[in-house]
Design a protein around this ligand. Structure first.
Ligand code: NAP
Length: 242
């Protein structure tokens, strides 16, 4: 079976991506950091649909933990390699910059941007050796436009988009595509406290998006059909743009 790894796959957008990729026939590794119950629920949903996978705990911002967990998997599966990586794990800690705590700047950069580096670095070599890979990262409208109160998050997601474009040029000849998606407002724990009734007035489609609508685009980018799309960032925002 082809294998995919989805970071932050236990909840929200990541869960929808895991379920969708499993439907496409992938053995899905569901990464989580703290919420094991949710990750197990994602795995159960995959299995209920006739798919297969496993959970894997690591903190994407911890390079040692990432290396140890992925190396252990690679040693235990010498015949397999992870051909699809979805860098989805993310956090936000919003505040106006004047009030921002140093720790909140750092943790948002560490998870959303350094997480991309830590995990992708581990999986790149096998993809290059096998001459095939798909790397898809979940960025944000905030990384394209910049949003007040999110200087840390906008910086991390903007950096993620730029890193995606740079890496795409490094590995294109190896048949590895590197893309990002930039969701707007999507219903999940991350947007739980937001006032949808007020915010949706600015969204041409008139509502928040669903995780499955992000998963559909990620699934396309992961497919063989998307073989000539690379270095791209696709907005999924119901028409809400700059
Ligand atoms: P969510 O419901 O809060 O889920 C976040 C997921 O990331 C959880 O599964 C969490 O794991 C995982 N995670 C957080 N820190 C991690 C770490 N250090 N290592 C490993 N996993 C970690 O958020 P979501 O809305 O689905 O967001 C998913 C992605 O979409 C994020 O990158 C987010 O920035 C991006 N995004 C979301 C929206 C939106 O409107 N929702 C819009 C644009 C972009 P645990 O379950 O173990 O805590």
């Amino acid at each position: 079976m082809k294998t995919a790894l989805v970071t932050g796959g236990g909840r929200g957008i990541g869960r929808a991506i895991c379920i969708r990729l499993a439907k496409e026939g992938y053995y899905v590794i569901v990464n989580y950091v703290s919420n094991e119950t949710s990750a197990q629920e994602t795995l159960a949903a995959i299995k209920a649909d006739g798919g297969d996978g496993e959970t894997m705990r690591f903190d994407v911002s911890d390079p040692v933990a990432v290396r140890e967990s992925i190396s252990a998997w690679q040693s235990a599966h010498p015949e397999d390699y992870i051909e699809v990586l979805v860098n989805n794990a993310g956090i936000r800690k919003d505040n106006l910059m004047i009030w921002m705590e140093d720790a909140d700047w750092q943790s948002v950069l560490d998870t959303n941007l350094c997480g991309f580096y830590n995990v992708t670095k581990q999986l790149l070599k096998p993809m290059i050796l096998k001459k095939f890979g798909r790397i898809i990262s979940v960025a944000s409208l905030s990384g394209l436009k910049g949003l007040p109160g999110q200087v840390n998050y906008s910086a991390a997601k903007g950096g993620l988009i730029a890193a995606t474009k740079a890496l795409a040029q490094e590995v294109g000849r190896k048949n590895i595509t590197v893309n990002a998606v930039a969701p707007g407002f999507i219903v999940s724990d991350m947007t739980n406290g937001l006032d949808e009734a007020a915010l949706k007035k600015d969204i041409p489609i008139g509502r928040f998006g669903r995780p499955e609508e992000v998963a559909a685009v990620v699934s396309f980018l992961a497919s063989r059909e998307a073989s000539y799309v690379t270095g791209e960032c696709i907005s999924i925002n119901g028409g809400l743009y700059c």
